[in-house]
Design a protein around this ligand. Structure first.
Ligand code: SF4
Length: 349
């Protein structure tokens, strides 16, 4: 256990080593070429739960179609969901649009600059508000995510569980005390970069780390014990049967309910529970599509935050395009309908 003074000293030493290191080593990422709050905001929302490499393409496509807050506020739901297709956590893009509408209505179409107003926007939590305010407006606001919590737990050898709100608050407070005037954005980004490239969850690259000379975990060999996390809850498993009903060159799809998981997105017809091939064929007949052949059975798993879908998919050829479904060609599924990854994975087979 280290003393408060030792811990504060660790924090105070960060800017002087991290800023020059960041300047020399920062990756060239599209959202780092701008301080435009709209762009930084979109990138930060996309980067939540998603890898940098996966976000690149989405970010560029999103901004090409919706280059301004007003364009986002006015976009149709289909456009939004299609632009987000495959990124998952679709509430993120719905909240982006809600917040864009608030910017238009309550802030005269200009992205607000004060922390409280930014934090009050839909879908923006402490982390995103801190990132936007420090990167775009040079305010000493910390952006504390899992990466930053891991780095700070190791540097200060802090064994408090990082999932606790108190731990996050403490780290944010200590960091904000040492934010360097005039380099707040660079400091936030240097911490993100250190977590992403050097102090990674497994096998941190301590030998080339800019803070190795004063990191307590490095000194005491406790890197692999840190950070401490509370035990995770078991995910609920839900078994499903999915029908890939093909008639001519089109597949049957339907829109999901407006509320709940993957709301408003498209899906292949499906039901809770695993049906045997015979029963699945009978159910398909009840759909009114006159199945003629069961070509293939495929098993897929898709994991959400709290639930895991274990899916049995049946590819069937059919004679009738019953109008309870929408019928979409592969090209239309590619370009028009937002089909979440949980279902799209069947198309890849
Ligand atoms: S020295 Fe190692 S454990 Fe410490 S911050 Fe750097 S990479 Fe992480």
């Amino acid at each position: 256990m280290h003393t408060l003074q030792e811990i504060q000293t660790q924090y105070a030493r960060l800017p002087e080593v991290l800023l020059p290191w960041y300047q020399a080593n920062a990756r060239d990422l599209p959202w780092r070429r701008t301080k435009e709050p709209y762009c930084v905001w979109v990138s930060e929302i996309m980067l939540q739960q998603t890898r940098v490499e996966a976000v690149r393409g989405y970010y560029e496509r999103f901004l090409a179609v919706l280059p301004t807050v007003s364009a986002l506020a006015e976009a149709s739901e289909e456009t939004l969901l299609k632009l987000w297709e495959g990124l998952g956590y679709y509430s993120r893009v719905r909240n982006l649009q809600k917040a864009a509408k608030t910017v238009m209505l309550e802030h005269g179409s200009v992205f607000p600059q004060d922390y409280k107003s930014v934090r009050a926007l839909c879908g923006i939590g402490d982390y995103t508000a801190g990132a936007i305010c420090s990167i775009c407006f040079e305010q000493p606001r910390a952006a504390v995510d899992g990466n930053v919590l891991r780095i700070m737990a190791r540097i200060t050898e802090d064994f408090s569980p990082i999932d606790l709100q108190d731990t996050k608050k403490k780290v944010a407070e200590y960091l904000e005390n040492v934010y360097p005037v005039g380099a707040c954005g660079a400091f936030t980004q240097s911490l993100m970069e250190l977590g992403a490239c050097i102090c990674t969850p497994r096998s941190p690259k301590c030998a080339v780390c800019p803070v190795k000379s004063f990191c307590f975990a490095n000194e005491n060999g406790t890197q692999s014990e840190l950070p401490v996390k509370l035990p995770k809850k078991e995910k609920r498993v839900e078994e499903k049967t999915v029908w890939l009903l093909e008639c001519g060159d089109a597949f049957a799809i339907e829109k999901r309910a407006e509320k709940g998981l993957l709301s408003g997105l498209w899906q292949f017809p499906n039901a809770i529970g695993v049906q045997t091939p015979d029963i699945a064929l009978r159910t398909a007949a009840e759909f009114g599509v006159q199945p003629t052949e069961l070509c293939r059975e495929v098993h897929k798993t898709h994991v959400f935050t709290h639930i895991r879908w274990e899916m049995t998919g049946y590819h069937m050829l059919c004679n009738v395009r019953d109008n309870r479904f929408t019928w979409a060609t592969r090209e239309e599924l590619e370009n028009i309908y937002a089909l979440p990854t949980a279902f799209r994975i069947f198309l890849e087979e």
